[in-house]
Design a protein around this ligand. Sequence first.
Ligand SMILES: [Zn+2]
Length: 364
Amino acid sequence: MTNFVDQFDLIPPYCPNPRCSFHFGTNEKFYVKNGFATTDKPPFRNQRFKCAECKIQFSSNTFGLDFRKRVTELSEKILHYALNGMSNNSIARLLKVSEGTVRDRIKDMARQSVIFEKENYPVNIREDVAYDGFETFTRSQFSPCYVNTAVGSHSMFIYHNTFSPLNRKGRMTNEQKIKNQELIKKHGLYPQSSVYEETIYVMRNLSALAAGRTLFTDEHKSYMRAYRSFNCLMDLKTISSKKRRDSSNPLFPINRLHSLYRHYFSSQQRETISFQKHEAALIEKLQLMKIYRNFMNSKFVKKNKFDPNAHEWSPAMYVGVADKIMTFEEVFRLRKLKTQVKLDKKEIEFMNRTYQFSRQKIVA
Ligand SMILES: [Zn+2]
């Protein structure tokens, strides 16, 4: 780690000013050194710089997710524990930090990872894609939701995880019915077309990238309606939900992924008390899981006789956006700014934590 700190001390990779021509990175020496700023945490001083073109001042601090060494190690641990089944509270106790610190690190890493993903996303998709919803909830069983997941049939690369709130239906006790009605009276219904709209979003994003390939889904009406709503360049093939989901079922990659979600998120286990308190927390963990599984782990843990690379290649390697399994530092060491990539409306909402339909107050 020390090396990176030293390196960023010496070589700023871009100018943080969005209006400066050096904002998107350069090999030119566009800055001059401009003294030091002292801090109360290691390494106690930050090299300061001044951009030669726009004259803005900044410090080496600008370029690291957690420039200060002690905190950097903390983030890596938090990521690992959070994605391997520990609740934020137990992580906080183990690392002797506050629960708020854990939450903040997760939020920061999730935002950074969106920018990383933008810069490392396949420009075309040479495989079929499986698509289906993962049913879970935020805060309480009165706020069920779908995580709409698109995953590569061969690579297991997670192309999309989007979120749809659902209105609670089905069997309830009388007390639950009353409670449900109270919540609806207070907050209104969740939007009823969310699965349809999120599916259009995913299909539109995949359409040109995976033109001519097949999108496998189950027979959910919203999926078919979404597919027919525009000129999708993929073929759609629906699989009956009655068909066994063994490894010959085209939706098997989805099932496998969703069982991993259940296994690895403490919040998604049955009868859990560590559920996500609000939508943003769930979506942020899903975003981190996407990066973690796509870039930082092999496709399978064990050797696979039909797929000899599976225990050594990450999904990102299969789709051609990485040439090795990446480390935490390789993904997170260089802080990028959201002004350096082109974000769509949904991604901007993610960065700002804006969810209009949420029944909770979410602090950005
Ligand atoms: Zn500048």
